[in-house]
Design a protein around this ligand. Structure first.
Ligand code: TMP
Length: 241
């Protein structure tokens, strides 16, 4: 790959993004920094950047085969990936199969309650406001995305859910919920950001043990081990986290 990193264009809570010598491509670099509750809780999860990079790339490659276009181009190293440069749609898309987290609180439901059908929620991607929940009429009224774009995004989000649920079930992992972000590249919607233990709830099917960022958010211990276990189950190796 002859594309090289140039200037850093963005540093988020978990990743840095760099411009490259190709204006259509960017390089994402995953950090071990962890935050929760909109940055109120901060820490480090050793090896998390490696796990999230490799897990997300593995899943994006599988999703491409399932017909979901993504920003993924090529894994460059343990922590760095070449991606298509996209304009991020400022809407976080949450898909839920089983009640947990903020849904449990909001509706007074017990964590672990199975939903009759998948729930999709949208949040306005704005840290200053704490990513407030919005609906399709807010998205249209604020011009965050068009009606057609939202139709495509919802279709892709449900396709991701269908595929991931079955794939992870085969690995003894229950997919509780997850968050997706989409972007525009050459006028079309593609899956962007990451799919990792930072952005999903994964429960071990047999024991119910949490194998995701809730171990950090809730001080459950064995955080690195949980991330390493997810990498091991998905890619069959390198549980170095
Ligand atoms: P929630 O139950 O806290 O709303 O989280 C739902 C899902 O979204 C869960 O899998 C974790 C993920 N998530 C993120 O990826 N980023 C965030 O900032 C939040 C709040 C949740």
């Amino acid at each position: 790959m002859t594309v090289r990193k140039t200037a850093q264009i963005y540093e988020g809570k978990a990743k840095k993004v760099y411009d490259t010598t190709d204006p259509a491509l960017a390089i994402v670099s995953y950090k071990d920094d962890a935050t929760a509750f909109n940055g109120l809780k901060r820490g480090t999860i050793a090896g998390k950047g490696v796990v999230n990079n490799r897990v997300s790339n593995h899943l994006f490659r599988l999703l491409e085969k399932e017909g979901v276009p993504t920003h993924y181009v090529e894994e460059l190293s343990d922590r760095e990936t070449l991606v298509k440069k996209v304009q991020i749609v400022p809407v976080e898309v949450i898909v839920r199969n089983i009640v947990a987290g903020s849904l449990a609180k909001r509706l007074g439901l017990a964590e672990g309650t199975r939903l009759r059908s998948a729930v999709i929620e949208y949040c306005y991607k704005n840290d200053d406001l704490g990513d407030p929940m919005i609906n399709e009429t807010h998205i249209a009224a604020l011009g965050l995305a068009t009606h057609d774009e939202m139709e495509t995004i919802a279709r892709y989000a449900l396709a991701v859910n269908r595929f991931l649920t079955g794939y992870l079930e085969g690995l003894g992992i229950e997919l509780i919920d997850f968050k997706l972000e989409f972007g525009r590249a050459d006028g079309r919607i593609v899956l962007a950001d990451e799919i990792s233990p930072d952005t999903c709830r994964f429960w071990d099917t047999a024991s119910g043990e949490k194998l995701d960022k809730d171990r950090f958010r809730r001080d459950l211990g064995h955080v690195e081990e949980a991330y390493g276990e997810i990498l091991r189950r998905l890619t069959g190796g390198g549980g170095e986290a």
